[in-house]
Write a protein that binds this ligand. Structure first.
Ligand code: IMP
Length: 199
């Protein structure tokens, strides 16, 4: 059984990642299992840097295999912003959503394209690392819709469904989202590692 610690305090992410990594080969640990972990500043210039920093620091500290993701919303009209600053664009989700909607006020639907990007990194205590990057394309709604998910989900419209992530709910979101795709690639890597551990 591989023990993997998810290196994030974001409960929305923990829930999504747990659902996706649900496997008899893996025991998932969360930061709640380690109450005295140091706070990690996400001050990198790329998703990669931030994810690696989180996973490596927490792995060094706990001696566990750590999985971290860094993700963000990139809006074409805002030249890719908020991007790596997505979680710091306001003090709560409502503020962040309102900021996006204000900046896109009167911007027509054909100029509201956006994508979510996710980089996931698995770091082993011996320094071995595995990285995957995935994205999910969509556009920015004119007003928040739906009750599920977290972060910018209520304003991220998925064209194939004509619904926001927050309307689609966890099951469908995980099938198509940036994090869902990245985590499914990661689980293939983890399963191969778990299988090779047995031999
Ligand atoms: P970080 O990866 O912890 O730096 O946070 C990324 C931020 O991007 C989150 O706090 C959300 O604001 C946003 N974000 C990333 N993934 C999603 C998602 O699936 N739905 C909504 N917002 C997201």
């Amino acid at each position: 059984m591989l023990e993997i610690l998810i290196a994030t305090n974001n409960l929305g992410k923990v829930k999504e990642i747990k659902d996706i990594l649900d496997s008899p080969e893996i025991k998932i640990l969360t930061m709640k299992d380690f109450p005295h972990l140091p706070k990690i500043e996400e001050d990198g210039k790329t998703y990669q840097e931030n994810a690696f920093k989180k996973a490596r620091k927490i792995s060094e500290y706990t001696g566990k295999i750590c999985l971290a993701d860094d993700s963000g919303l990139e809006i074409d009209y805002l030249k890719g912003k908020p991007g790596i600053y997505s979680s710091r664009w306001g003090s709560n989700d409502e503020e962040r959503i309102n900021k996006v909607l204000k900046l896109l006020e009167n911007v027509p639907i054909n100029k509201r394209n956006a994508k979510f990007v996710c980089v996931a990194i698995l770091v082993f205590p011996d320094g071995k690392i595995y990285t995957v990057k995935e994205e999910c394309k969509g556009s920015i709604e004119f007003k928040p819709k739906g009750e599920h998910g977290f972060g910018y989900d209520p304003i991220f419209l998925v064209p194939e469904y004509d619904k926001t992530f927050a309307e689609l709910g966890d099951k469908i979101k995980n099938q198509i989202s940036h994090r869902g795709k990245a985590m499914r690639r990661m689980i293939n890597i983890i399963n191969e590692l778990a299988a090779s551990e047995k031999t």
